[in-house]
Write a protein that binds this ligand. Structure first.
Ligand SMILES: [Zn+2]
Length: 318
């Protein structure tokens, strides 16, 4: 009896040791590589959205609807869930000199990993100017670039979420008066989201000097030291400014989709480049963006989101 018992014990001990020692090396093997921004995917989204087939993506046109379907398709492929209700689409209409324009935002959410309350809205407009006569305004930098970065950052955050919810707001009709962003912030959906910060992307892919601006810290100075701590890739620099009242067209406070958030008192950072030769010209083409800079700016923005996420609970109460 004793003998048998000890043999049994031995037969249990040996596999246990084998299992433990098999586990030992596993703990020292590096983790599977953390998901990172993929340059090929970034460029592919821009090349598609800024191709002639999309006819300049003007809100309410066939090209605009192609852009809606493309962004929606990418969000669905990633398994992103709608931020409100059961539809990624948030349709809206407005009057313009084109008549009544039917437009559509796409609003998804990546739930936060922790118990932190509140959400960051990452926004980018996908519409552009359309066509005039035979000219197609492809809007590669403005703003296929921001839309592409939004999609690629979403792909990474889906795998490695922030502590706070991230709402992905791909908005329509920016070029017709920030219509999509204005609709979103006045919607019932927005009210349910407890938005603490807007990070807006508009023209982030084309800069020969390699300079990306972060506008908004004039209004929300507590955001600046957080951004200053984010590492910058080689050949890339971050600049502050373009947000001082009284500086005329140099003041970008109301220049893009962050403006309606700011009007609601939501702190914002607007990432964008200086105007360039292709700005609102038919020469804003995919071939003219600066791919290395685009990868750097998107990577920087992802890291900035992580830095901001860690500090949101300490933002001043509004
Ligand atoms: Zn524009």
């Amino acid at each position: 009896m004793t003998h048998r018992r000890s043999r049994r014990f031995a037969s249990l001990v040996v596999p246990l040791i084998a299992v433990l020692s098999a586990c030992q090396p596993a703990a020292t093997v590096p983790d599977v590589a953390a998901p990172a921004i993929d340059s090929a995917r970034l460029l592919s989204h821009v090349e598609t959205l800024a191709s002639d087939a999309y006819m300049g993506r003007r809100a309410g046109t066939d090209g605009g609807r192609m852009a809606i379907r493309y962004v929606e398709g990418q969000m669905m492929e990633m398994g992103l869930r709608p931020a409100c209700g059961d539809d990624l689409r948030q349709p809206f209409s407005f009057e313009s000199r084109d008549g009544v324009v039917d437009a559509t935002n796409l609003i998804a959410i990546i739930p936060g990993s922790g118990s932190s309350e509140g959400a960051v809205v990452l926004s980018a407009h996908f519409d552009h100017l359309g066509q005039r006569d035979t000219d197609i305004f492809n809007g590669a930098d403005d703003n296929a670039s921001g839309t592409s970065a939004l999609l690629e950052i979403a792909r990474v955050l889906k795998e490695a979420p922030l502590a706070h919810d991230v709402v992905l707001a791909a908005v329509d009709a920016e070029e017709m008066g920030l219509r999509g962003a204005r609709h979103f912030v006045s919607s019932g959906c927005f009210e349910t989201l407890d938005v603490r910060l807007n990070v807006n992307l508009d023209m982030i892919s084309r800069s020969q000097p390699g300079v990306l601006y972060a506008a908004g810290t004039y209004h929300y100075p507590f955001l600046r030291p957080i951004l200053e701590l984010v590492g910058t890739p080689d050949g890339f620099s971050l600049a502050f400014g373009h947000d001082e009242p009284g500086s005329g067209s140099d003041d970008w406070t109301n220049a893009s989709d962050h403006a309606p958030f700011h009007a609601q008192g939501v702190p914002f950072i607007y990432f964008g480049v200086e105007d360039h030769a292709g700005y609102h010209q038919p020469t804003d083409d995919a071939a003219d963006i600066t791919p290395a800079f685009f990868l750097s700016s998107t990577t920087f923005i992802l890291e900035a989101l992580r830095g901001l996420d860690a500090q949101i609970d300490d933002f001043p109460k509004r």
